[in-house]
Structures are given as C-alpha cells and as structure tokens.
Ligand binder design. Structure first.
Ligand code: MTE
Length: 317
C-alpha cells in the first residue's frame, strides 16, 4: 500500500501456530465452563498467553464461542491467537503493526450503533448488541491474505452478510454496499497525525459479492468478541479479497446504486482497484503476488487464485 511499511523481517518473535485440534479442544473447554463475559475473560486471556485482547460489552454473554460451521475448514494450522493479536493493520491508530494493540487498547466500542441507509425500504440505526440478539452467529476458519503478501489463518465469529441484508431490506435499486469506519481523532491518534489519509476509512462491495455465502459481518475471533486491534465491535470479512477490503469498526452501511469509491483506490488508483480479488498472476506494481509468507514462520507458499475460494466466487467475475 502507498504508506504501508513492509519490515525487512518479521518483528514478532518466532512462535508456533495453533493446530486446529488444539484450538477446538480449547473451545470445548470454554463452552463446558459456560462463557459468561468478563468473569471468564481473565481465564481466556491467560489461555491465550497474554491479556492482549481488549473487548467488552454485554454482547458477549451467551454468544461465544459460537457453533462452528464445519464447512469452512483449513488446509493449514491456525495462526496462534497472540500472533494475530499483535500483528495488525489499523491505520487509524498507527502504521506499526506491532503497536496497534497497545494504541487501540482503550478505544471505546460499547455502546456502538450502525447506521443503515441509502437504498433500503426504511433506513434505521441498530446497536451491535441488538444485531447480535436478532441474527445468529457462527464460527468459521478462513485463510486471510493481505495485499502486502503475508497471510494468516483465523477463526472468525460473525453473521453471514446475507442474513444482515435480509434484515436491512434493500430496494431493487441497490447494486452495491458502502461501508464506513468511525471518525474519532481524539481516540484514534492516526486520524490526527496522518492527515494525508481521507478519513474515515471506507470500502465497498457489489451486491452479489456481499450476498455470497463467504461474506461475513464479524464480531468475534478465537471464540470471543473482537479485540479492538482486530476492528471491534464489528467488521467485514471477505476472504477471497485482499485484507484491505475487510474494513474494521464499521459505523455506517449504505446500499447504493453506483459503485462506491474505496479508501485505497481513491488514494492510489494505480495500485489498488475496487475488486482487489486475490490473484497470484497479477503482481502489485511494487512486488509479486505469486507467493505469500505465512505469519509468523515466514514460510513462503504459493498464493491461490481467490485465496483458494474460487469454487465459491469465480462465477461472480
Ligand atoms: N480497516 C480500517 N478501518 N483501517 C485499516 O487500516 N486495514 C486493512 C483491514 N481493515 C484497515 C482496515 C488491512 S490493510 C488489513 S490487512 C486488515 O484490516 C488487517 O486485519 P487484522 O489486523 O485483523 O489482521
């Protein structure tokens, strides 16, 4: 990305990835205890190695860990939670991947309302807690591929976007969805100091992309609510596209007739297009996309078209 700094080597210490069976055992254990919000939070943090995950709010009770949708499994080990939680892109806070979790720690994410507007039968605002009461959540294991040519494998918990769209009732004129992140320079230092960015961050999808079964509105990760550095309390996940499409901390969802502008495309149109589908054959102007480095080992593997999700989405294009 224009101002994304790619460090020469991985700054995070070498750590083991989490094999899927160990992660799932941990989930079972937590469920048996009966996850009830903050009481168990300390225990969860302990299990994940450090108290890195700042997340709170009533939406947690009874929801996590959510039932796992076994259809979405992985061909590689899950990234260790602590690794994913300390290697983040969230420019509203800092460009330093390993400092986002510190700088976002006190960001206030509850209460949190989302405005639903544009081409809908009736515009409305809804609190994330109410959304979670209305719509079912599930857990899925997805690969995650950043445009910077690194990748992870992550268990997300969220609402299939199609279910949200049914709730929002778009009109027949709705052809795209536009998503916007919060604007709060007091809480987000990057929005104060990096004035060259067109804050707030904004993204978009075509309706058929949004309705694809892979697309999720995500509220949790590793069996608990999203910590702030991952985009609490609610973000997008579109696993066949480069990670920058997966906008964090969403405050507005608009259904539009025209294709919306997107943050990175507006900034550097020659480098980032609206679609941003993972494609190993098309190099970024400044680096190859043919392979990716798995975080944290740095092991290089071939990148797959659509990040390996071609069976689900190739027909869209
Ligand atoms: N959303 C917002 N609002 N701001 C950002 O800087 N970075 C994007 C995406 N969503 C970003 C964002 C990029 S470049 C990536 S790779 C992913 O978030 C990183 O998600 P993660 O930190 O949860 O791994």
């Amino acid at each position: 990305m224009a101002h994304i700094i790619i460090p020469p080597g991985w700054k995070i210490p070498e750590q083991q990835a989490t094999p899927e069976d160990i992660y799932l055992d941990r989930r079972r254990f937590i469920r048996q205890l009966g996850y009830s919000g903050l009481g168990l939070w300390g225990l969860l943090s302990g299990l994940s190695g450090r108290g890195l995950s700042a997340a709170s709010g009533p939406q947690t009770s009874g929801i996590y860990p959510a039932p796992r949708n076994a259809k979405f499994t992985l061909d590689r080990p899950l990234t260790a939670e602590q690794v994913a939680a300390t290697y983040n892109n969230f420019y509203e806070f800092t460009l330093d991947k390993d400092r986002v979790h510190e700088l976002a720690k006190n960001f206030k994410t509850s209460p949190w309302r989302i405005e639903v507007r544009g081409e809908v039968e009736k515009p409305f605002t809804i609190d994330v807690d109410d959304l979670l009461r209305k719509l079912p959540v599930e857990e899925r294991l997805y690969r995650f591929r950043c445009v910077e040519a690194w990748s992870m494998a992550v268990p997300w918990t969220g609402i299939p976007m199609k279910k949200f769209i049914d709730l929002a009732r778009p009109t027949s004129q709705a052809k795209y969805m536009r998503f916007v992140t919060f604007l709060d320079p007091k809480q987000a230092p990057g929005q104060r100091t990096q004035s060259w960015y067109p804050w707030p961050y904004f993204e978009g999808l075509r309706m058929d992309e949004a309705m694809n079964e892979l697309t999720m509105l995500v509220t949790g990760i590793y069996g608990h609510p999203l910590p702030n550095q991952h985009g609490a309390p609610i973000r997008l996940i579109v696993p066949w596209k480069y990670g920058f499409k997966s906008i964090k901390s969403i405050v507005s969802i608009e259904f539009t007739r025209e294709q919306p502008r997107t943050f990175w495309n507006q900034l550097v149109p020659d480098e980032y297009d609206f679609w941003a589908n993972v494609d190993p054959r098309v190099p970024h102007p400044r680096w190859s996309q043919a392979t990716e480095r798995i975080i944290p080992s740095g092991k290089r593997v071939p990148t797959l078209p659509y990040n390996g999700y071609g069976d689900y989405v190739a027909g869209l294009y």
